[in-house]
Design a protein around this ligand. Structure first.
Ligand code: 1GP
Length: 248
């Protein structure tokens, strides 16, 4: 059976890069999330990520994944802020280790809590090195993780972290400035990291227009993530997807 990771790799091979859209369950109602998921799929997104830094609502995360998987035929992947967001209804989970920080809970602690559940659920696990990059303002992820981001101009630090993650056996590198960030990950850092490691590089945070999305792909991003655009500017989704799909 084809895994979700293989499907994503195949998207990258066929389309040049993949376009992933993030839905934050804290920001919209279930009905609205369903509507946005359909818009993402119609706009030709390659997968939907679902996750949040906080999880303010106690209800419906399991149900949300179930519903989204019923209504779209692209993968619905968990992008959890912590082990409390693990569900048995996701197609896969980005098993994020926040390697840019030195917070043991986010490097291994939450994973110990989540791993037995994921085994029981049979959810596909995609080991992902999550790297927070300085964005100029304090983002939710920086605040909630109590970690310091990698300085924007320090490509060498990002490269060394990504290579260490590769040697630790991770399958993706996620370069992130945080949802709603004022600045996205610099092209020079994406170029440096993607040229240095063998892992596909996912880039997210602060990407609002097709030009910025295309710049990330041209710098070497295998996948581009947008979240805020899905909420604030869904009319842009088609153009964002087209800008990422450089392979046609
Ligand atoms: C967050 O990278 C994503 O993990 C999306 O960020 O909401 O800024 O698009 P935005």
């Amino acid at each position: 059976m084809t895994t979700i990771l293989q499907r994503l790799q195949d998207v990258r091979a066929r389309r040049g890069a993949g376009y992933l859209t993030l839905l934050d369950p804290d920001r919209l109602s279930l009905e609205e999330l369903e509507r946005r998921a359909l818009m993402c799929a119609d706009a030709d997104a390659d997968a939907i990520l679902v996750g949040t830094s906080l999880m303010l609502s106690a209800t419906g995360n399991t149900r949300l994944f179930e519903r989204l998987r019923q209504i779209v035929d692209i993968p619905v992947i968990s992008f959890p802020g912590d082990a409390g967001q693990v569900v048995d209804t996701a197609d896969a989970i980005l098993f994020l280790s926040m390697v840019s920080g030195r917070n043991a809970e986010l490097l291994i602690g939450q994973h110990v809590r989540a791993a037995p559940l994921l085994k029981e659920y049979g959810v596909e696990v995609i080991p992902t090195a999550y790297m927070l990059v300085e964005s100029g303002t304090l983002t939710s992820v920086e605040y909630m993780s109590a970690t310091r981001p990698i300085p924007r101009g320090k490509d060498d630090i990002a490269m060394a972290h990504a290579l260490a993650a590769q040697y630790l056996g991770m399958k993706l590198v996620y370069l992130e400035t945080g949802s709603g960030a004022a600045a996205s990950v610099p092209a020079s850092m994406i170029r440096a990291v993607s040229g240095y490691v063998d892992l596909p590089v996912v880039v997210g945070g602060g990407i609002r227009d097709p030009e910025a999305a295309r710049e990330k792909v041209e710098a070497g991003a295998a996948f581009v993530v947008t979240g805020t655009a899905v909420e604030d500017d869904p009319g842009r989704l088609v153009d964002l997807a087209a800008a990422v799909h450089v392979g046609g």
